[in-house]
Design a protein around this ligand. Sequence first.
Ligand SMILES: NC(=O)c1ccc[n+]([C@@H]2O[C@H](COP(=O)([O-])OP(=O)(O)OC[C@H]3O[C@@H](n4cnc5c(N)ncnc54)[C@H](OP(=O)(O)O)[C@@H]3O)[C@@H](O)[C@H]2O)c1
Length: 262
Amino acid sequence: MTRKLAVVTGASSGIGAATAQALGARGWTVVLVARRREELTGVAQRVETAGGRAVVEALDAADPAAVAAMAGRVRSQHGAPWVIVNSAGAGAWRWPEDTPPDEMERMLDAPYRAASHVTQAFLPDLLAQHAGTIIHVGSPASLVPWPGATGYTVSRWALRGLHEALRQDLAGTGVSTCHVLFSEVATPYFDRNDGAKERRPAIGRIVPVATAPECAEVILRTIDRPKAQVLHPPMLRLLMAVHRVAPPLTRWLLRVTGARRR
Ligand SMILES: NC(=O)c1ccc[n+]([C@@H]2O[C@H](COP(=O)([O-])OP(=O)(O)OC[C@H]3O[C@@H](n4cnc5c(N)ncnc54)[C@H](OP(=O)(O)O)[C@@H]3O)[C@@H](O)[C@H]2O)c1
């Protein structure tokens, strides 16, 4: 029987917070991971009002020691999780020459390092129970980049690399890895990561902006029926289908409708 215990990173805001709330509405216990305790406490109240249980774990998910300690607490107090949602992510959109090396490094912290550490911390539990689903919240930049967002793109490719490697490693184990990609979602991401909003390629406007609760429903559907890659909304699926058959065309479209150096 499914143990209704999920670990959600990036749970203090946006897609992670909405996913935690949606899981709560289905009666799950949700371990909420992000750095800001106060925001997590607010989300915990919403999870519990929705009918679930919440456990606040305020930490930097890019810190492997903090993640290992959190995993130990979760395991001893609640048991092994059934689902991990890696939604922690950050990173301003900048040209490479405007990105100092230390910021380029920091951009790997989330999503990539956070997802890697949290996945590794719980993988022995998932393998031992021969079941579980790992959701990685990704971006279409990991399939086809656009100009002026280099560090952001590198971290999303690393996340996709983690997912693709896990697909091979987890085959036949009963544990699923799913890469769920959204186009633009109305979340605080753009307020917290300067430069991003202005650098969206104009071609992206043909894809409707999604809401965080809508993305949460997509993630819940993926938990119910795991798939290696999920694209939302449908217009993004169409664009990525074009990319599969004519990659030079989509690269060109993103280049000519994307950001230009001043
Ligand atoms: N919004 C979009 O248009 C969109 C579209 C496609 C994909 N995505 C991707 O989806 C992911 C989530 O985006 P969002 O829109 O939900 O952004 P958001 O509202 O800014 O939320 C990001 C979350 O990540 C957490 N976080 C960042 N660094 C962390 C770290 N080192 N350790 C723990 N938590 C960390 C933040 O919490 P704290 O600051 O409290 O740590 C916050 O809860 C990102 O990777 C983003 O690129 C977003």
